[in-house]
Design a protein around this ligand. Sequence first.
Ligand code: HEM
Length: 310
Amino acid sequence: MKNKSTEQLVHALDEKYSAINQDKNVYLEGLLHSKTINYWDYIQTDALLNLQIQRTNLPDEMVFIGYHQINELIFKMILWELQQVAKANVLEVDFFTDKLMRVSRYFDMLTSSFAIMQEGMDVEQYNKFRHTLTPASGFQSAQYRKIEFASTELINLIDARFRKSIDRNTPFEHAFEHLYWQAAGKDYETGKKSILLTNFEERYKEEFITFMKVHNSKNLWSRYKELSSENQKNKALIKAMRHYDYTVNITWVMAHFNAAKHYILANSGDGEATGGSNWQKYMHPKYQKRIFFPELWSVEEVENWGQNLD
Ligand code: HEM
C-alpha cells in the first residue's frame, strides 16, 4: 500500500476527529509530548518476568512454574482463535480452516514441548517441591476447560457412564455435575467432592456455566455443521479437525500422563498426586475416551481410542 501524503493524513485525521466532535489539533499537540515506545514497555517484560514466584528454594521449581505459565499463555492464544470462530457472523470455510490450523499448531507446540516437563526437572527436587503445592493441580486450569467447551458439543465432555441420561434439554447445572472431570474428585455414591474440585468450583463454576451456555451452539463442531454439505466434505478441513482432536485428546494427554508417571511413580515418589485423584486411571485416554469430533472417526477408531499406547 502506498504511503499517504501529509495532506491526505491531515485530512483523514480531520475526518476521524470531527466525526466524534473533537479538535484534531489537540491530538496532534499530544504527539509532540508523547514518549517513543520501547520493546520492554510494549511487551511488559518487567511485569511478565516478575510473576515467577517459587514456594521453595529448589531451582527446578522455576522450570515447573515457567512452563505452566507458558502453557497458560498459549491456552489464552488458543481461546483467542476459538472465540473468533464462535463469534463470526458468517463462517467461511477458509477462515475456519485457518483458525483450526492455528490452534493445532499451538497444541502441537504444547505436546512436543512437554519433554521440558518429563526430562527437564530433577526427580528428587520435584518430589520435594510438589509437597508444597498440595492440594493444587493443573487440573484447576480454567482455560483448559474453556478450550474443551469451545471445541465440542457438551455431550462429548460428559462422563461416558452418564451420556445416555443427558441430552440437549438437560439443565446446564445437571450436565456440569456429570462432566468427565468430576470423576477426578467426586464420589458419585455420596456426592462428596475432594478439596481439589470444591476449590475449583467455588472459583469458576458460575463462569463455566455461562461459558457452556454461550458455546452450546457456538463450539467448533456446531459451527462446522453450519457449513454447506459440500464444505463439510472439504478434505483439508477434515484433516485439520482430526489432527486437532488427536493432538489434544491423545498425544497431549499421553505426554502429560507419561510425565506424571515419570515423577510420581519414581523411587522417591509416593504415587500420590498433588490433586489427590486416582490419576493412573483418571488420566489415561482409554478410560475417558474424550473425542471432540466423534463423527469424523470410524466406529473402529472410536472403539480403539487410546488403546495400545503404553
Ligand atoms: C511434571 C509435570 C506434571 C505432573 C506430574 C502432572 C500431574 C497431574 C496429575 C496427577 C493430574 C490429575 C489430577 C490430580 O490428582 O492432580 C493432572 C491433571 C491435569 N494437569 Fe497436570 N501434571 C504436570 C504438568 C502439567 C502441565 C504443564 C499442565 C499445563 C497447564 C497440566 C495441566 C493439567 C490439566 C489440564 C489436568 C486435568 C486433565 C484432565 O482433567 O484430564 N499439567 N496433572
